[in-house]
Design a protein around this ligand. Structure first.
Ligand SMILES: [Zn+2]
Length: 257
């Protein structure tokens, strides 16, 4: 599945006979590590960082390495602040008040107004602005305020340094996909439905290869409601509603089971 299930909570209060809508709350996008699929980067958080919840990413010889959009959205800033602050930075608007920042870039690969998806290269790691060495300074914000970073729904390490492996843009229509449950392990069934026996689980964020797809029990998951089930091994099926494949519905070129 591709499109994230957006749970729009529009509640209302009856006050003096008039319907007063509460502020709609949109689900957070599923953010992914801002580097290409399969890469591992060291991400550091520290309480004296500005803003506090930003993550600085490094790996060996990272100058010039590609930086990718951590979720679908629209680029709304491509700015060069020169030798101060962020230096060259990109901001992406993900809707619902969510945005991401990518700073100290050595160069840009997008322009303002451009629509981007998972895995889209937006620029390259650099050391521009107030930076003393190549790294990516990365932020997630909600309504302009710095928020604690989450990848695939999982909170980053506060405070400290941890290795993050990217599952960003891994799907290519080849059947490669990523389990996305926002935390809970996903049950693997012996057949395409919740009535089949459980034969194990796969952890959130696991990369899987889908051999074939078929229709079974309807499931509501991270990516909405779907009756598609993915076969990820002999006698092993998972609900497509919890799998990022890059496609809504069946994956082109992948056979029916
Ligand atoms: Zn930083």
């Amino acid at each position: 599945m591709r499109k994230r299930w957006m749970s729009l909570l529009v509640t209302g209060l009856l006050v003096g006979g008039a319907l007063v809508p509460a502020t709609p709350a949109l689900a957070a996008p599923t953010f992914r590590v801002p580097f290409p699929c399969g890469q591992s980067w060291s991400g550091q958080t520290r309480s004296d960082h500005s803003p506090a919840y930003a993550v600085d990413f490094n790996r060996t010889d990272d100058q010039g390495d590609p930086v990718v959009a951590s979720a679908p959205g629209t680029v709304d800033r491509v700015t060069d602040l020169g030798g101060t602050s962020y230096g060259k930075y990109v901001r992406i608007n993900h809707g619902g008040g969510y945005s991401t920042y990518y700073a100290h870039l050595s160069g840009f690969n997008v322009s303002v107004g451009q629509t981007v998806g998972y895995g889209k290269v937006i620029g390259w790691v650099g050391s521009t602005g107030g930076s003393t060495g190549p790294h990516l300074h990365y932020e997630q914000r909600l309504n302009g305020a710095d928020i604690q970073v989450r990848f695939n729904g999982t909170l980053a390490l506060y405070w400290g340094t941890k290795s993050y492996t990217s599952g960003n843009g891994c799907s290519s229509g080849s059947g490669n996909a990523t389990v996305d449950t926002s935390g809970t392990p996903l049950t693997v069934r012996s057949g395409p439905g919740t009535g089949y026996a459980s034969v194990g689980t796969v952890a959130d964020g696991t990369r899987v290869t889908i051999a074939c797809q078929t229709s079974g029990t309807t499931v509501t998951g991270t990516y909405g409601t779907s009756s598609i089930w993915d076969r990820i091994g002999s006698g092993r099926f998972i609900a497509d509603a919890y799998v990022y494949t890059g496609y809504d519905g069946y994956i082109p070129g992948i056979p029916r089971c």
